[in-house]
Write a protein that binds this ligand. Structure first.
Ligand code: GLY
Length: 295
């Protein structure tokens, strides 16, 4: 099978002065994931490697650089799915983990599918994942935004106006195995304990080697209602191309629940699809047939 990797760094009204950083994030993530694939690695390792780079990127709302909760803290969600056996792993509302996608991977490889909060962190400790000081996840930009929001000086006029950035990747390896992975700090100033689409199977991510895989971004409550990633993959089953399926799924998001967001996807042949109804989405892909493009 031809190798393929597609990544995103969020769909929202990305300000002009943040576009370059978002595109650089996509390029770096593609480089990391592509290295894994071309070295003969698995789609699971490639998708994880790409998302770790995006989580570590302080420009993006996942891992370091995440938006803050209403309490001024960071709570992280992540999930990933392996299309070969339909196994998935997810974590939600973790605070002391730098790379929640790595923790979600451990969950996928365990007998569980979804762990939250303190229990997820205990599981992390048991699996040798080091805790960080939660303050390490907070960057100056988000601390400033939080202070402005507390003062009532930050106007979040539209659902797509401010980052519910989220990052994600869909990879296909030489064996035709597909993995979709997604990670986020969630929506700005969310209440403690709020969980959106990202760690929910079928909503933030979905993969089935027989059909394809998808990773979503945008307003999580709306995305969850239309089970956006699974909806997109279902369109593949009905005969749509990856690009048609992505566009049709975003149309469902807009028409059925007035939602804003986007998604990236691969079909079972490694062909790419992407669509969004926000002003911008940062994304990029590398395939053996199409080379590298970043938007
Ligand atoms: N899509 C990210 C979130 O709503 O949490």
């Amino acid at each position: 099978m031809p190798l393929a990797l597609i990544v995103h760094a969020g769909a929202w009204n990305i300000p002009d002065n943040e576009v370059d950083a978002h595109l650089a994030g996509c390029r770096n993530a593609l480089a990391a994931g592509w290295r894994v694939l071309t070295d003969g690695g698995s789609a699971l390792d490639a998708a994880q490697a790409a998302v770790v780079v995006l989580e570590d990127d302080p420009a993006l709302d996942a891992g370091v650089g995440s938006v803050l909760t209403a309490d001024g803290t960071v709570e992280l969600d992540a999930g990933l799915m392996r299309g070969a056996d339909l196994k998935f792993g997810a974590v939600a509302t973790v605070r002391r983990i730098r790379n929640p996608i790595v923790l979600a991977r451990h969950v996928l490889e365990s007998e569980h599918v979804f762990l939250t909060g303190d229990g997820a962190e205990r599981f992390a400790h048991e699996h040798g994942i080091a805790f960080i000081d939660p303050k390490e996840l907070i960057v100056e930009r988000e601390a400033r935004n939080y202070e402005r929001w507390k003062r009532g000086a930050l106007n979040l006029a539209g659902a797509g106006d401010y980052a519910s950035d989220t990052v994600g990747a869909v990879a296909m390896d030489a064996q035709g195995r597909i993995v979709a992975a997604t990670s986020t700090g969630g929506t700005p100033f969310k209440p403690i304990g709020r969980v959106g689409d990202v760690p929910l199977i079928g909503c933030g991510y979905y993969a089935d080697d027989l059909l394809g895989g998808a990773s979503t971004t945008g307003h999580g409550e709306a995305i969850a209602r239309v089970v956006l990633a699974k909806t997109a993959v279902d369109f593949l089953q009905e005969g749509a191309t990856a690009q048609e399926a992505a566009q049709m799924a975003v149309t469902v998001l807009a028409k059925r629940v007035n939602g804003v967001g986007g998604l990236i996807m691969l079909d079972a042949e490694g062909r790419v699809g992407f669509a969004f109804n926000t002003p911008r989405m940062a994304y990029g892909y590398i395939t053996e047939e199409m080379g590298e493009r970043v938007f």
